[in-house]
Design a protein around this ligand. Structure first.
Ligand SMILES: *[C@@H]1O[C@H](CO)[C@@H](O)[C@H](O)[C@H]1NC(C)=O
Ligand SMILES: *[C@@H]1O[C@H](CO)[C@@H](O)[C@H](O)[C@H]1NC(C)=O
Ligand SMILES: *[C@@H]1O[C@H](CO)[C@@H](O)[C@H](O)[C@H]1NC(C)=O
Ligand SMILES: *[C@@H]1O[C@H](CO)[C@@H](O)[C@H](O)[C@H]1NC(C)=O
Ligand SMILES: *[C@@H]1O[C@H](CO)[C@@H](O)[C@H](O)[C@H]1NC(C)=O
Ligand SMILES: *[C@@H]1O[C@H](CO)[C@@H](O)[C@H](O)[C@H]1NC(C)=O
Length: 247
């Protein structure tokens, strides 16, 4: 008589083998050199979920992806605040802003041009952002690879780069860059004077709802294939057991 342990030993290799077989066809598809996926790049950083959520909610993510996909453009440099940076804000700081001001705040983290960190070390201030008139100041020491960025309200070192390849740089900041116009000493924040380039965000033809759930079937197919594979393994093992028990 075959003991349960022996059965298990016999079954295991087949189960594993058939799993491997079933998964081989679903091997990683080589990513095509298509448009840059900003959400994808930020997700890989693993610490930008608030920034991603806000960009997505405001639909600015669509505008930025389009800008990156525009071969005539100059690219973008994004100073991405970490989740810790957002958590460190005074409670209610974001909620006190209306939608337009939130968009301005986000666009204040975007420079409408691709820069390397080395370029930012010696750039002349203030540097234009995508939030219209609101500039940022960069101070660095040549050869030290160290750059601080200042809004007048906060100063924070750029301590990491997520990406530095034309047309997109993404640098990490541990604080939200609070613009003086919204978070300066005067509590009653005056709205920004001129409509910034961001005013044409949320393109009207962007109204089509995102079809995030469109590409789900492959997962099911894979599951079915794996199940079939396991089934085959079981049948083979059973045959072997029968043979070994009989002989
Ligand atoms: C971009 O990446 C995100 C996260 O990896 C993914 O959910 C989304 O479908 C991607 N978008 C496009 C257009 O590829
Ligand atoms: C973006 O927002 C849409 C709804 O507006 C939502 O379905 C989607 O899950 C969001 N994506 C991310 C990455 O937050
Ligand atoms: C990117 O730009 C190309 C050429 O301008 C266009 O055909 C394509 O649809 C754009 N892709 C996205 C995701 O916007
Ligand atoms: C950046 O700021 C920190 C603290 O505010 C300061 O100690 C450091 O010298 C600054 N670095 C540069 C390159 O300005
Ligand atoms: C930025 O630098 C400019 C020119 O050096 C200066 O006039 C301005 O006050 C600075 N602004 C901030 C927010 O540091
Ligand atoms: C803010 O205002 C207080 C007094 O109301 C003043 O002492 C302080 O220097 C101001 N800070 C800035 C950054 O202007």
């Amino acid at each position: 008589m075959a003991s349960p342990a022996l059965l298990l030993l016999l079954l295991l290799p087949f189960a594993l083998f058939s799993q491997t077989l079933a998964q081989t066809p679903a091997a990683p598809a080589p990513s095509p050199p298509g448009p840059i996926n900003l959400t994808g790049i930020l997700s890989q950083g693993g610490q930008f979920s608030t920034f991603i959520r806000l960009l997505n909610q405001s639909r600015l993510i669509i505008q930025l992806d389009n800008q990156l996909n525009n071969s005539q453009g100059e690219g973008l440099t994004i100073l991405a605040p970490t989740d810790n940076g957002f958590n460190a804000l005074e409670s209610g700081a974001l909620n006190s802003l209306d939608d337009q001001q939130k968009s301005q705040l986000l666009l204040y983290h975007v420079l409408p041009k691709f820069y390397t960190l080395t370029e930012l070390q010696t750039i002349s201030n203030p540097v234009r952002t995508q939030a219209g008139d609101w500039g940022l100041n960069f101070t660095g020491q040549a050869n030290s690879n160290q750059v601080n960025v200042s809004t007048g309200v906060v100063t924070v070192p750029i301590n990491n780069k997520l990406r530095e390849q034309s047309p997109l740089s993404v640098f990490v900041v541990d604080k939200v860059l609070l613009p003086e116009a919204l978070f300066g000493n005067h509590t009653a924040a005056p709205p920004p004077k001129a409509p910034a380039p961001g005013a044409d965000k949320a393109p009207v033809d962007g109204e089509t709802p995102p079809k995030s759930d469109a590409a789900k079937p492959p997962a099911n197919d894979k599951g079915a294939a794996a199940r079939n594979g396991v089934g085959l393994g079981l049948i083979l093992s059973f045959g072997l057991i029968v043979i070994s028990v009989v002989s």
